[in-house]
Design a protein around this ligand. Structure first.
Ligand code: PGA
Length: 250
């Protein structure tokens, strides 16, 4: 059985005092869950969140990283830096980064490799636009993104990669994929991984759904056989809503 991984993506929200307050509350709400709980927070909040989450079952992640270890990259943060303060997860290739910061599949692949080289767990986002979906290209797009992100990794690394299937038209829009459509997409991603790396590896890979997941729709989505968790934006900003998603199986 794959463990469900419920990860929050705060995006560019939450000041340190808000972050500390949220995590303090959330820790109490989720202390008995058997699901993995992760919060991916702005760089500025990382250290406060790590301190506040100490001794709880909440893991902390970043939302981006540079693929080089160090050097003349003004404004950037490396995987090694994240690891040095105790960060465990990192979101890579979110559609907002692909769209607004010109991240290509090649850059995503370099980042995934650097994350593993520094013992961080990558959450790699893939997903189609509405246009691509309407043209019937969803599965081609998401399986190609997955293949390129994983290129050159060891079997062990592939198995330890988390893929987040996030249809772009569902992000922040209040529109969710139906649980059947979301499951089908996650299944196609798993089949692609199986084809390249074998069934055993594919069976171990965590594939999340993301895109307007909330307390109302989480249970139905998370009960699907190929959906192994969620990447949650808006609904992860408040402990009261995020805990309901984490505790969907309570
Ligand atoms: P949303 O964001 O839950 O607000 O739609 C999800 C994401 O972008 O990861």
């Amino acid at each position: 059985m794959r463990k469900k991984v419920i990860a929050g993506n705060w995006k560019m929200n939450m000041l340190p005092n808000e972050a500390i307050e949220m995590i303090t509350k959330l820790a109490e709400y989720v202390k008995d869950t058997n699901n993995e709980v992760v919060l991916c927070v702005p760089y500025i909040d990382l250290f406060y969140c790590l301190m506040t989450a100490q001794g709880t079952n909440i893991k902390i992640g970043a939302q981006n990283m540079h693929y080089e270890e160090k050097g003349a990259y003004t404004g950037e943060i490396s995987a090694k830096m994240l690891k040095s303060i105790g960060v465990e997860y990192v979101i890579i290739g979110h559609s907002e980064r692909r769209e607004y910061f010109a991240e290509t599949d090649e850059i995503v692949n370099k980042k995934v490799k650097s994350a593993f080289a520094n013992d961080l767990k990558p959450i790699v986002c893939v997903g189609e636009t509405l246009e691509q979906r309407e043209a019937g290209n969803t599965f081609d797009i998401i399986t190609a993104q997955t293949e390129k992100a994983l290129y050159g990794l060891s079997l062990d690394e592939v198995q330890n990669t988390i893929i987040a299937y996030e249809p772009i038209w569902a992000i922040g829009t209040g529109k969710t994929a139906t649980s059947e459509d979301a499951n089908e997409a996650c299944k196609k991603i798993r089949e692609k991984i199986s084809k390249i790396y074998g069934q055993n590896v594919a069976n171990g890979v965590i594939i999340q759904y993301g895109g307007s997941m909330n307390p109302e729709n989480a249970k139905e989505l998370l009960q699907m056989p190929d959906i192994d968790g969620g990447l949650v934006g808006g609904a992860s900003l408040k402990a009261e809503t995020f805990e309901k998603i984490v505790n969907y199986n309570k």
